[in-house]
Design a protein around this ligand. Structure first.
Ligand code: MLC
Ligand code: AMP
Length: 463
């Protein structure tokens, strides 16, 4: 049986080697293996077979690890879901994922799908899966407002993580302090699976707080908001950060002033890298060598980057094969490059700078938000004639969502705002507009398409 090379390498780690520390609990690689085999037996007893999809809707916990490991051992496709999402945000994802089983404490979000609150153990499977195929289905915000499924294969992850880890000069002895959520590429793939590939220990925490790092950790990956929040402690007590060998930022641009302030306080130059759910990691600064603030570095080995009409386009072994279950015809160029929708500039040395977005996307605290999804919820509010959302600079979250609203005049602005806030309560916190502006009209082009890039300036949102 051909087992995915990633899995073979994971299973070959010394069983006695420490893999996970989570609060008082610790698990060696051998214990992870046992947990995977027993959970796979439990999944099998719940009717799951290789190739089925299983929604994992759990907070960071040993249960979440068990659910992933069980799917890995059985060869089921994991569909990790954002625990902050509310029912209307999960509905289209669950519909597309068509899972055999959901592991979630909120069965109401999974109508018609057998749902169990937590995974259990059963007679262990004897063999780990032999599929070298899709191992996870990650949903990412589509610019249309409907999330899109991006199938992830073992080979995509392995080739990409090998290239990334060589660039970062990572080793098995590293200890990663992982506080990112485990349902996005950053925490799940680069963080957790990156460590599982090379046999590194992960000290896991269920959320980031700008606190003193635990003793013995050497690596940390975060979104810019984490570094913004950590900066005051770094400035007050830089000695707490001397144990780190590498601090990485990604998922959104790290402002140069934050990077420079951290460098001045601690001597660490934060390593910036750039990636996407559809591509895993695309470009990175080096572990040693020149890290340029404001740049996301050069293409990873094996990956090709180009810019066309200012858009970053990418080809390489980490790039997925297409969305599922609905292909997006425009996702790739005719010659096979994936269109990222990010605006970038490459300099003569191949260093890439992300200078903006050509796609309608707002990134709040490292979380991608489709303005169209928010607008659809707000447009249904009685009294709204037109509505448009855009991102506005925020000194904590990098960007927040704001909404410009045209009233139909049937109620006062005060009543309309209260209705809008109530409706936005159907969405998870980061999607809810921070401000509303009532305007006479919104910018549309000749074809009637909303010009979101012009909203902030036209409605007088001050950056
Ligand atoms: C928090 N909320 C979220 C959320 N995190 N909503 C959607 N998605 C998330 N990930 C909501 C909560 O439910 C809550 O809503 C409100 O926001 C405030 O919650 P909080 O926990 O108090 O928020 P805060 O501490 O401010 O959290 C913000 C944050 C966190 C930035 C610390 O969002 C975070 O850890 N972000 C990291 C995201 C990430 O991993 N991105 C990687 C994407 S992969 P309510 O209803 O209770 O008010 C990618 C590819 C790549 O981009 O290159 O890496
Ligand atoms: P996601 O779809 O959640 O995987 O997010 C991918 C998007 O995050 C990219 O298309 C970029 O817009 C953004 N992104 C990721 N890393 C960076 C970075 N280092 N700098 C700027 N934007 C980034």
């Amino acid at each position: 049986m051909t087992r995915p090379s990633f899995l073979r390498r994971f299973l070959a780690h010394d069983p006695a080697r420490m893999a996970i520390e989570y609060g008082e609990q610790s698990l060696s690689f051998g214990q992870l293996r046992q947990l995977g085999e027993g959970t796979a037996g439990w999944l099998r007893a719940h009717g799951v077979v290789a190739g089925d999809r299983v929604c994992i809707h759990l907070d960071t916990s040993v249960d979440l690890l068990a659910a992933h490991l069980g799917c890995m051992a059985l060869g089921a496709i994991r569909v990790p879901l954002n625990v902050h999402y509310k029912a209307i945000e999960l509905a289209p994802i669950v519909e597309d994922a068509a899972p055999t089983l959901a592991i979630s404490a909120s069965p109401a979000c999974f109508a018609g799908v057998p749902t169990v609150a937590r995974p259990g153990l059963d007679a262990p499977v004897a063999e780990w899966a032999g599929l070298d195929d899709v191992t996870a289905l990650l949903f990412t915000s589509g610019t249309t407002g409907r999330p899109k499924g991006a199938p992830q294969t073992w080979t995509m992850w392995e080739s990409n993580l090998d290239a990334l880890q060589a660039r970062w000069e990572l080793a098995g002895r590293d200890v990663l302090w992982l506080t990112l959520p485990l349902f996005h590429t950053h925490g799940l793939v680069v963080g957790l699976h990156g460590a599982w590939l090379r046999g590194a220990k992960v000290v896991l925490r269920d959320r980031f707080d700008p606190i003193e790092p635990p003793a013995g950790v050497s690596h940390f990956y975060g979104v810019p908001t984490y570094y913004r929040r950590w900066l005051p402690l770094m400035q007050a007590r830089p000695e707490l950060f001397t144990g780190f060998r590498l601090l990485v930022s990604g998922s959104d641009g790290l402002p140069a002033e934050v990077s420079d302030a951290i460098f001045a306080a601690t001597g660490h130059r934060i390593l910036e890298r750039y990636g996407m759910t559809e591509t895993v990691m695309i470009a990175s600064n080096p572990g040693s060598g020149e890290r340029r603030a404001g740049s996301v570095g050069t293409a990873l080995p094996g990956t090709r980057i180009r810019t066309a009409d200012g858009e970053v386009q990418v080809r390489g072994p980490g790039v997925f094969g297409g969305y599922w279950p609905r292909a997006d015809e425009g996702a790739f160029t005719e010659d096979g490059y994936f269109r990222t929708g990010d605006a970038g500039e490459l300099d003569g040395d191949g260093y890439l700078r992300i200078v903006g977005r050509k796609k309608d996307l707002i990134i709040v605290g490292g979380v991608n938000i489709s303005p169209a999804e928010v607008e659809r919820v707000l447009a249904a509010v009685p009294g709204v004639a037109d509505v448009g959302c855009c991102g506005l600079y925020d000194a904590d979250l990098n960007e927040v969502v704001v909404a410009a609203v045209v009233s139909d005049g049937s109620v006062s602005e005060g009543v309309l705002q209260a209705r809008l806030e109530h409706a936005a309560g159907q969405l998870s916190g980061l999607k809810r507009p921070r401000r509303y502006a009532f305007v006479a009209e919104l910018p549309h082009n000749a074809l009637g398409k909303l010009q979101r890039g012009r909203i902030a300036a036209e409605v007088g949102f001050v950056r």
